[in-house]
Design a binder for this molecule. Structure first.
Ligand code: 4NP
Length: 149
């Protein structure tokens, strides 16, 4: 799960995805395209909205996306078009580029929608992105479960 700072959107996506997949069969992680918040815990507003819905994401730490993530992971879900452009620019093969998917494409295929950056907004923005990511991770969990059956 990849966003810009790895403190607002992708930590929520990581927490939600981990809560829906069998951890013995899947590895879920998150990262940012920038290292501006490296080592920091998620934004307080992300921690709060996750807590409201019963998820603890407070122990996560921001890290920058690495080239080796393309080898270690089968899919790299990004939140918006800017993340998509930054992450695909790091891919070294066509196959790696195909691993990069805008997460809302899983819910609204072909509509090219973004999970908006909530950093400079209020807490309503965090509630909104939580709902979007909850829906997207439901679809992904279903898909992954079918894939391994
Ligand atoms: P995120 O949000 O990409 O969802 O973690 C942001 C976090 C920090 C900044 C921008 C977006 N920033 O400019 O520091």
């Amino acid at each position: 799960m990849v966003c810009l700072g790895n403190i607002c959107r992708s930590p929520l996506a990581e927490g939600l995805m981990k809560s829906k997949l069998n951890f013995t069969k899947f590895t879920v992680d998150s990262a940012g395209t920038s290292s501006g918040h490296k080592g920091e815990a998620p934004d307080k507003r992300s921690i709060a909205v996750a807590k409201k819905y019963g998820l603890d994401i407070s122990k996560q730490k921001s890290r920058k996306l690495l080239e080796e993530d393309f080898k270690n992971f089968d899919v790299l879900y990004v939140m918006d078009q800017s993340n998509y452009n930054d992450v695909t620019a790091l891919a070294s093969t066509e196959e790696q580029k195909k691993k990069v998917i805008k997460i809302l494409d899983e819910v609204f295929p072909g509509e090219n929608l973004d999970v908006p950056d909530p950093y400079y907004g209020g807490s309503t923005g965090f509630e909104n992105i939580y709902r979007m990511l909850d829906r997207a991770t439901d679809v992904i969990a279903q898909k992954m479960d079918n894939h391994i059956k």
